[in-house]
Ligand binder design. Structure first.
Ligand SMILES: [Zn+2]
Length: 375
């Protein structure tokens, strides 16, 4: 994590309001209008065909196990956000779906990420805190955790005078995206970057691809806080397909890298609360249990019915699809029952997580089951 002298990749720097208003998790059940804003906020007349179609679509949706109370974070205010002090001059903001972090300094504010769902509320939160502290409220630096629009698509709200810092690959991916909401970084780094502004310090490190090719670790050593986005989901099962990770072995490895940092507080980028070390432990267990269950399924599940049913038709993809779907069901089942009540939404995304783990075990780890080396 220390800057590496002589490494060309190391640099030292000295120097829809209302979109989800009132729709915060655990605070109130969001109405569709509150979630989707003006699009659906047009007066809904009862008993119109559209209204009854909406009602029956709602009724057809599945029910899931209740979210454990410990998975919720603090309530959001009437504007739809919560801002809280992590420690010292370090703060975090959430709308209960996404999270950003910021550091107040003598010279201005350093923000990490700008999720569009928080949007202008991030500016409000910064104003609120800096005003009460009598510190400068101007955002001078913005750090991108990674290139994904759902975490930095609000960056355009901060104007052009901000120094934007990101990994070199983030710049390449954003260049390709050409998205005005995600302006290109002005400073990039390859391995490590220490950001020092107004007496405060953040250590940025690249440890290889994980959730995305460019996802970085952001560490505030004075406050023992690690921000690592889309890897650890405190209190919750990981998002669909193992957090839609582009490099699953890298994503699994990122748990170990995170473990090696001496943090006590984790900002995971999602949902409504901060993480503690026990949250990392339980997610490592979940991922390990899922991996074991998938391995067991791939090495023991009988593929005969799938070949018998579709082999004669010559439809090879039908064999694969039905086999892989059945394997995901079988591998997910014990993990869902083990984590229900421990991790929120274990019954929501574990099937897709098992499916993603199966693909990774097959192609990254060579656990090919019936599709291994021919005798
Ligand atoms: Zn992402």
């Amino acid at each position: 994590m220390k800057a590496e002298p002589g490494d060309s990749g190391t640099t030292r720097l000295s120097s829809r309001r209302g979109l989800i208003k009132g729709a915060a998790l655990g605070v109130a059940l969001p109405s569709a209008a509150a979630l989707l804003g003006p699009v659906l906020a047009t007066p809904a007349r009862a008993a119109t065909p559209a209204a009854s179609a909406t009602a029956s679509a709602t009724a057809a949706l599945p029910d899931f196990a209740p979210v454990p109370a410990a998975s919720f974070g603090p309530a959001v205010n009437s504007d739809g956000y919560f801002v809280g002090q992590i420690k010292g001059n370090l703060y975090w903001v959430t709308d209960s779906y996404y999270q950003a972090m910021f550091l107040t300094t003598r010279e201005g504010v350093v923000v990490v990420d700008a999720p569009p769902t928080i949007g202008n509320n991030l500016l409000r939160a910064i104003q609120e805190v800096t005003r009460s502290l009598g510190r400068p409220s101007r955002v001078t630096h913005m750090i991108y955790s990674h290139n994904h629009a759902d975490h930095i698509g609000g960056a355009g709200l901060f104007g052009g005078r901000v120094e934007r810092i990101a990994h070199v690959q983030t710049r390449e991916l954003l260049r390709r995206a050409a998205d005005p909401n995600r302006p290109l970084p002005t400073t990039t780094f390859k391995n490590n970057l220490v950001v020092e502004v107004g007496g405060e310090r953040l250590e940025l490190a690249y440890h290889g691809p994980n959730h995305s090719p460019d996802n970085i670790f952001i560490y505030a050593p004075a406050y023992n806080t690690l921000m690592l986005v889309d890897v650890i989901f405190p209190g919750w099962a990981p998002f669909k397909n193992l957090a839609e990770s582009q490099d699953i072995p890298g994503w699994i490895g990122a748990h170990e890298t995170a473990h090696a940092y001496p943090w006590t507080t984790l900002v995971g980028g999602h949902l409504g609360r901060l993480g503690i070390r026990a949250d990392l432990d339980v997610q490592r267990d979940y991922v390990g249990d899922l991996q074991n269950s998938v391995r067991k399924t791939l090495t023991t599940m009988d593929p005969t019915p799938f070949f018998e049913k579709y082999g004669a038709t010559g439809n090879g993809w039908a064999i694969f699809k039905t086999y892989l779907d059945a394997a995901a069901q079988q591998a997910a089942a014990p993990v869902i029952s083990a984590y229900l009540g421990k991790l929120a939404a274990a019954d929501v995304f574990t099937l897709e997580n098992a499916s993603a783990m199966i693909n990774s075990m097959r192609i990254d780890y060579d656990v090919l089951g019936p599709f291994g080396n021919h005798a």
